[in-house]
Ligand binder design. Structure first.
Ligand code: CAA
Length: 257
């Protein structure tokens, strides 16, 4: 891995992926996205991993897709390269992914954070979809995920002006889970990850799938989908263990079975 660092056991059941292209402000080159795709595939299959944290480090999350790689491309080059297909793996990952964002999360960087399941932001985080300023528009889900996260008028303003918003503005819009001082961002993100990693890995995956399905279905379809996943948890040992532990007033020991 050249542009990311992966630690599958950063903490018990928690994996950490760090973007590592500091000179280019973690610009999301094709190779970097291939590495993220491959790392997520592996971590999703690793039984010792229950939650994944994705971060760009303290200074910058990611300043977007790599503009230098795209600058002279034709539409057909872009179509043939199909760079966004690597992004599909992020969406397919069954385990929860938490983005820990410090500094700029712009364009593809903002889209990368939004493709994760939760976003923890430091006070220095800045979000934006500035593609309009370089004569293009978001292409990795920005117009769709931002609109679903913050609503139409705010998404429209951000996408059409390219302006950046602060971490606290992002919190107000419902784009991020929490804003914390930069020194404690990773600690707070690991705390959130630990809360999730304690739960049944089976129920976590089914619940994540159900929440995501809310964006792809009508309410009635989503409710049916949710009900089936709820029933499916009753096929797991974890559900038996979780409910037995409640009755016996002890802490459950989930095995992901
Ligand atoms: N692609 C390639 N290189 C980038 C980059 C990007 N997205 N963002 C920054 N860099 C490079 C700069 O070219 C510069 O490299 P050199 O030292 O070789 O000149 C280096 O990173 C440092 O950047 P700056 O000197 O510009 O740093 P700054 O602190 O003055 O400004 C910034 C920071 C405001 C983030 C500015 O770099 C910037 O505006 N970057 C581009 C943001 C952007 O437009 N992102 C959207 C990209 S398109 C996209 O993402 C499409 C999509 O939907 C997927």
């Amino acid at each position: 891995m050249e542009f990311i660092k992966v630690n599958p056991q950063a903490d018990k059941f928690i994996a950490l992926i760090e973007l590592n292209r500091p000179k280019e402000l973690n610009a999301l080159s094709r190779q970097l996205m291939i590495e993220i795709r491959d790392a997520l595939r592996e971590l999703d299959e690793d039984d010792n991993v229950r939650v994944i944290i994705l971060t760009g480090g303290e200074k910058v999350f990611a300043a977007g897709a790599d503009i230098k790689q795209m600058a002279t491309a034709t539409a057909i080059d872009m179509f043939n390269i199909d760079q966004f297909s690597t992004w599909d793996q992020i969406k397919k990952t069954k385990k929860p992914i938490i983005a820990a964002v410090s500094g700029f999360a712009l364009g593809g960087g903002c889209e990368l954070a939004m493709t994760c399941d939760m976003i923890m932001a430091s006070e220095t985080a800045k979000f934006g979809q500035p593609e309009i300023k370089i004569g293009t528009m978001p292409g990795a889900g920005g117009t769709q995920r931002l609109t679903r996260a913050v609503g139409k008028v705010t998404a429209m303003e951000l996408v059409l002006t390219g302006k950046f918003i602060s971490a606290n503005e992002a919190l107000g819009y419902g784009l991020v889970n929490r804003v914390v001082p930069v020194e404690v961002l990773m600690q707070e993100t690991f705390n959130l990850a630990r809360e999730i990693a304690k739960q049944s890995p089976v129920a976590i995956k089914l619940a994540k799938e159900s929440v995501n399905n809310a964006f792809n279905s009508t309410l009635d379809e989503g409710l049916i989908f949710e009900r089936k996943n709820f029933y499916l948890t009753f096929a797991s040992e974890d559900q038996k263990e979780g409910m037995a532990a409640f009755v016996e007033k002890r802490v459950p020991e989930f095995k992901g079975k």
